[in-house]
Design a protein around this ligand. Structure first.
Ligand code: GLA
Length: 752
């Protein structure tokens, strides 16, 4: 299922950047830039003899909707004329197969070379089983050099029959090319975050699995280098000969110091051609100390609920072994399960209820205050949890949500305040029920059951829709059925709605429609949500248009997206994150700027999960900046595959406390330079957090200068990531910060 691009160019561009790039092009590769194109479907168009001169020229790699066929969906054909020189095969080292690479095809293709079918991916509507979109699949067709379909040194016609089921259509997300396959194309590295083990004595071991996917032996050399990037020193360098028999693999393990600045470079060089595959990475290094065995209460210190609405709140706590929970001062109507730590019930009367929570284990007990504010406002601290989009895309299912929830619990994330489980796009059936209520598709057999399961574990349940007729993924939206949908969500036990503008823009007179037109769909759903007998946190997703931060509160929006979609690259993180400065004044308890979800762990928007492309330094920056921004913290990764580094990154309670601070003040950007920035956030307890961000590609020394920050007094500094007191500092605090990295400090004892 493709995404709509007509109005959502940004989404398309995002996807273009997201999916893993196809294999690199080999020597002599010929790029296929343009082709002849027509809509319709005639079998004779596969034949080389067909005259297509009257067809339009199309750039290959861009959907046809962006090239003059804006509203067309259905069948269309490309005919690519290309002379295939025999020099391609003579210059090739392996001389085995010709590769025809067509990037991705939205949604189904059947490809012919000179009238001979060479590939087909997806199913056309007339096929048995009906239409199946396969836009995420890479079309890479390989033909033996002896295949008679190839006409060497003559003109060839690659004819591509495409079917677009909606949204964007045709060849996209990459530029097609032809080249010769080389042996190196058979080599791949299994390279995941899980392949790092942290060993005693400040050492880490990186393992790498190298596979040969071809049915021939591949001979070459495996090499690795470890470097200390902070000093530029090479720590170790080694090469070993390696022959991989057909379809075999080999594991390598390299040990290196576990500290900031360690980089490793691993490569395989194929003997015959000298071609190389390599990875270069920074060792993810752990900063957060191990969680104490003693009991500790974490997460939000304040929670909102409307009078009479069901309240569900799991006390976030850590500690070894079995924890016992108790509470003093719970208002009438609420009760705490002493074993699970989940508070449920409802409170009839508005007011602020101050409760003392206590958690006990065999090593002692910890107490902390929780204020339950019974009133109109929800999400008094930024929502924390998980959303399916950045990992599962439209392939989200009941099973995936349940296993993610289980992982959230099993990995202990609930003990740090992670609590929402939000289904994003891809849950809706193709048709509404006879009474026009929305129904989930076959991947979600029992929405109410799923909600009950989440609630029974103290988790909250989120869902996604669009005010338009279609969601961004092309599924049914709420348009003209808003009342039914709000009631259905409530009946399923929904606690959170992400309402994504998407195709509603087609109903607006102009792209740049008036404020009123932008607000209309959000007002409609606002009033319907208010009528439900349960609380539904309202997440506005319209990419920040018309300065939504100025009118989000009027919509009763608890959070509003301030930008287009994020992706796992420094560019995206930098562009989105550091541009939030001008929005500081708009964040408040219950009203949050949302710079989009977290891009750490295994992400991939569907079928191509991969470890985030952010470096470890950038990931520390990501979590630090989002916490400084009081941003919603929604994980977008496969929770069942959280590696130790990512888990550590997400369970630093002092960092989380910055995000969840009850004051709800977004940090201010105090110093802005090309190479660094300093942001300051005020916390409820009167302390401040300072983030020193290094925007350079190399290590640099940064200073929090008390004078420049207008701070006086005997200032005590605490390193938040390391949870370590650094003592008092007279003039300021100077620290070496990694490339694109951060130093996050909390200061106390100052006067202003
Ligand atoms: C838009 C939103 C994303 C996601 C997708 C789902 O792109 O911005 O966060 O919800 O739609 O299709």
């Amino acid at each position: 299922m493709p995404i709509l691009i007509r109005k959502y160019l940004l989404l398309f561009l995002l996807f273009a950047a997201l999916l893993p790039k196809a294999h690199s092009q080999n020597k002599g590769s010929i790029t296929l830039k343009t082709g002849k194109f027509t809509t319709g479907d005639v079998p004779a168009w596969s034949q080389p003899s067909f005259i297509d001169t009257a067809w339009k020229d199309q750039k290959l790699g861009d959907p046809w909707q962006r090239q003059g066929f804006q509203n067309y969906h259905g069948f269309a054909w490309y005919r690519i004329h290309i002379t295939i020189p025999s020099s391609l095969k003579t210059n090739s080292a392996w001389k085995d197969s010709l590769r025809i690479y067509l990037a991705h095809v939205n949604d189904v293709d059947q490809t012919f070379l000179n009238g001979v079918q060479i590939g087909k991916i997806g199913s056309f509507p007339e096929d048995s089983g009906g239409y199946v979109s396969k836009w995420p699949a890479v079309r890479e067709y390989r033909l033996s050099i002896n295949n008679p379909a190839i006409k060497w040194d003559q003109e060839n016609v690659i004819a591509v029959r495409c079917y677009d089921g909606g949204g964007s259509g045709g060849i996209f997300m990459g530029t097609p090319y032809i080249d010769m396959l080389e042996k190196i194309d058979g080599i791949s590295f299994d390279n995941t975050g899980e392949s790092i083990r942290y060993l005693p004595g400040n050492k880490a071991e990186k393992s790498l699995h190298i596979s040969n996917h071809f049915n021939i032996p591949i001979e070459g050399t495996f090499s690795y280098t470890t470097i200390d990037a902070a000093t530029g020193k090479t720590l170790e360098e080694k090469s070993v000969p390696l022959t991989l028999t057909p379809f075999s693999g080999k594991d390598f393990a390299v040990t290196m110091p576990h500290r900031i600045g360690i980089e490793y470079n691993m490569s395989f060089t194929e003997k015959g051609s000298g071609d190389k595959r390599s990875i270069k990475q920074i060792l993810p290094y752990i900063l957060t100390p191990a969680i104490s065995d003693k009991p500790q209460i974490n997460g939000a210190k304040v929670a909102g609920v409307r009078p009479g609405s069901p309240f569900i709140f799991k006390v976030a706590a850590t500690g070894k072994g079995t924890l016992a929970y108790s509470a003093k001062g719970l208002p009438a109507g609420l009760s705490l399960n002493r074993t699970t730590g989940v508070i449920t019930g409802s409170v009839a009367k508005a007011g602020d209820y101050k409760i003392t929570l206590t958690v006990t284990n065999s090593l002692g007990s910890a107490s902390r205050a929780l204020t339950i504010k019974v009133g109109d406002l929800l999400a008094l601290t930024p929502p924390m949890g998980w959303n399916s989009w950045n990992c599962w895309g439209i392939s989200v299912s009941d099973a995936k949500v349940r296993s993610s929830a289980q992982a959230l619990i099993d990995k202990g994330l609930t003990g740090h305040g992670w609590m929402y489980m939000n289904i994003d796009d891809g849950w809706e059936a193709a048709q509404r029920a006879n009474d026009s209520s929305i129904v989930p598709n076959e991947k979600f057999p029992d929405m109410k059951g799923l909600g009950d399961f989440l609630h029974s574990n103290g988790l909250r349940f989120g869902i996604y829709s669009s005010p338009g007729p279609r969601t961004c993924g092309g599924y049914l939206g709420s348009w003209q059925n808003e009342d039914k949908d709000a009631a259905t969500y409530a009946s399923w036990g929904i606690d959170y709605l992400k309402y994504d503008l998407c195709s509603y823009t087609e109903l607006m007179p102009r792209r740049n429609s008036s404020l009123e037109e932008n607000q209309r769909p959000y007002i409609l759903m606002r009033d319907l949500l208010k009528k439900q007998s349960r609380d539904i946190v309202y997440s506005l997703c319209q990419y920040g248009w018309q300065d939504v931060w100025k009118w989000g509160p009027e919509m009763n929006g608890n959070l509003w997206r301030t930008t287009g979609d994020i992706e796992d690259s420094w560019n995206s993180l930098y562009r989105i994150g550091f541009n939030q400065a001008r929005l500081s004044e708009y964040a408040k308890p219950g009203r949050w700027n949302d710079p989009d979800m977290l891009i750490v762990g295994q992400v991939g928007w569907g079928e191509n999960l991969h470890p985030t492309r952010l470096t470890p330094y950038e990931q520390y920056t990501h979590m630090s900046l989002w916490s400084m921004l009081s941003a919603p913290l929604l994980l977008g990764c496969d929770l069942s595959r959280l590696d130790p580094f990512t888990l550590n990154l997400l369970t630093n309670d002092e960092v989380i406390a910055i995000d969840q601070d009850p004051l709800g003040k977004q940090a201010r950007q105090v110093i802005k330079q090309d190479s660094s920035q300093v942001w300051v956030k005020e916390l409820e307890d009167g302390s401040k957090v300072i983030a020193l961000f290094n925007l350079q590609n190399s290590f640099q020394s940064l200073t929090a200068d008390w004078d420049a920050l207008n701070l006086k007094g005997t200032i005590k500094v605490r390193d938040v990531w390391q949870q370590k007191d650094l003592g008092t500092k007279e003039k300021g605090y100077t620290v070496t910060v990694a490339p694109h990295g951060v130093s996050l400090i909390k200061i106390t004892g100052f006067t202003q």
